[in-house]
Design a protein around this ligand. Structure first.
Ligand code: NAP
Length: 247
């Protein structure tokens, strides 16, 4: 599938998994619109490194906790790039919350950033970009289980899972919508590798995944034009321990 000359918007791509996806797609000759919220320096450095390697990249800032932020990001992104073929929804927050302490504000923030923003980005992508081909959402292997320490996050990712399936039907046959659900890959911001090592027993393969394994899966979903509404768990089999009622 010819990818050279295509353009992708990747949310939250200044760092970590989003950054790795940006570099992976740029290696295929795809131009990248790097979205960030606070990480301007990292976003500019990434854009520069893509340009130095012969690729094309732009940066764009948007706080996705703002109502209307997703639509504004898409509109400005299309003006900058002149058209988008792919949308990768990687931006996310992962704050702690439990049954006892979750608040309406906490619920709202998680839903807004992790689920509603990808939904409205996808809807405006489909409506505004005539080249729109494919969306990849980032879920979490925890969606098949119950994560009592991150209740609001957990529910927002479950919602995004349902949205992936709903949108894949709403937007077919023009657009495909799929998802990658990572497991242990990189520790949450502020945590060390110890966080991952302590949890290695939670997946049957007893491994920590790599950024390359995650970004390769995202690329596979972009290139395979017969797949929609699908989730690839890149999690060492962790999802097998969950309940499919979770789905
Ligand atoms: N890391 C893992 O092992 C793992 C495991 C399971 C699932 N996942 C999923 O995979 C995806 C990528 O993971 P990650 O660990 O790379 O994510 P992350 O570092 O937690 O977050 C990615 C980016 O989201 C952006 N973001 C946060 N709040 C925002 C807001 N209000 N508006 C706009 N952008 C905002 C941040 O951008 P700025 O830095 O520019 O503010 C941040 O760099 C996420 O969807 C995550 O849930 C990751």
């Amino acid at each position: 599938m010819p990818l050279k000359g295509k353009t992708a918007l990747i949310t939250g791509s200044a760092k970590r998994i989003g950054r790795s996806c940006a570099l992976r797609l740029a290696r295929e000759g795809i131009s990248i619109l790097i979205h960030y919220n606070n990480s301007e320096t990292e976003a500019e450095e990434l854009a520069e490194s893509i340009r130095l390697a012969g690729g094309k990249a732009w940066t764009i800032c948007q706080d996705l906790s703002e109502k209307g932020g997703a639509e504004s990001l898409m509109e400005r992104g299309l003006n900058i790039t002149g058209g988008l073929d792919y949308l990768v929804n990687s931006a996310s927050i992962f704050p702690k919350s439990s049954y006892e302490d979750v608040t309406p504000e906490n619920f709202e923030e998680n839903l807004q950033i992790n689920a509603l923003s990808p939904f409205f980005l996808t809807r405006s992508f489909a409506a505004m970009s005539k080249n729109a081909e494919c969306v990849v959402n980032f879920l979490d292997t925890r969606i098949v289980d119950y994560d009592r320490e991150h209740l609001a996050y957990h529910l927002s990712k479950k919602m995004l899972f349902s949205m992936t399936r709903i949108l894949s039907q709403e937007l077919a046959p023009r657009l495909r919508v799929n998802a990658v659900a990572p497991g242990l890959v990189i520790p949450p911001p502020g945590m060390t590798e110890e966080y991952l090592k302590e949890r290695i027993h939670t997946n049957p393969l007893q491994k920590i995944g790599t950024l390359t394994q995650v970004s390769d899966s995202m690329l596979f979903l972009i290139t395979n034009t017969f797949i929609t509404g699908q989730v690839i768990f890149v999690d060492g089999g962790r999802h097998l321990k969950g309940s499919f009622y979770g789905l």
